[in-house]
Design a protein around this ligand. Structure first.
Ligand code: G4P
Length: 200
């Protein structure tokens, strides 16, 4: 998605060689117009998949997921990272390990949110090691629903997540695929591939 790539180049800050800070439009301040385009793009990509629900995890997945839900005209569910007053027991639960944060968290969905006949699209803001997305797919499996696709706003293709998700065998669509963050510079996968072809 060219508009997203342009915003990453213009406003993204590379931290070390692994982390991209995009706090001005995705992870802290949210740009509703960009989010609308993100939702439209995901909806177009998955429109033939018969999606009936979208699942994401709080907090930064919610904005792109809601916009996608708007354009696909389906409800959006976010997994909670803490049990809430109304979800104090029961429900579906799985553990997610974050390599970045070196911590385990549990995520929760209330019973009955997902039905066995639901076709579910997972949406998340970042794909790094894939643990969050995999955790969501386990919740979908626990509910007996069908995983029908995964949409990622920013994929760090140099990390393990993509490979792990591909093993699930469902369609995966990332709006921006980052090949590297070396030397403070963002290189997108398509650009690197084009460059390699030119040099062949
Ligand atoms: P994984 O799920 O793909 O394995 O990712 P990981 O555990 O490594 O990531 C932990 C958190 O850090 C996630 O957010 C993830 O979105 C975020 N993250 C990972 N890499 C980057 C990056 O390069 N830039 C930014 N901005 N975030 C990154 P979270 O803790 O769930 O936060 P939030 O959704 O509440 O904002």
């Amino acid at each position: 998605m060219e508009e997203l790539k342009a915003r990453i180049i213009k406003e993204g800050k590379v931290i070390g060689s692994n982390v991209l800070k995009v706090d001005h439009f995705l992870n802290h301040q949210i740009d509703p117009h960009l989010m609308q385009e993100i939702g439209k793009t995901f909806a177009k990509a998955f429109k033939k998949k018969g999606i009936t629900k979208i699942v994401t995890v709080e907090s930064s997945g919610i904005a792109p997921a809601v916009m996608t839900g708007l354009f696909l005209n389906v409800p959006v569910i976010f997994a909670r990272k803490k049990r809430s007053l109304t979800l104090s027991r029961g429900g579906l639960e799985t553990e997610i390990y974050s390599y970045t944060k070196r911590e385990k968290i549990h995520v929760f969905l209330a019973d009955g949110m997902l039905k066995r006949d639901d076709r579910v699209l997972v949406i998340d803001d970042f794909l790094a090691n894939g643990e969050a997305a995999l955790g969501l797919t386990r919740l979908i499996e626990q509910a007996g629903a069908q995983l029908s696709g995964i949409g990622i706003v920013i994929e760090k293709s140099f990390q393990e997540g993509r490979k792990k998700l591909e093993a699930l065998g469902c369609p995966i669509f990332s709006l921006a695929r980052i090949a590297s963050l070396q030397n403070g510079k963002v290189s997108f996968l398509e650009d690197v591939q084009k460059q390699t072809q030119i040099n062949l």
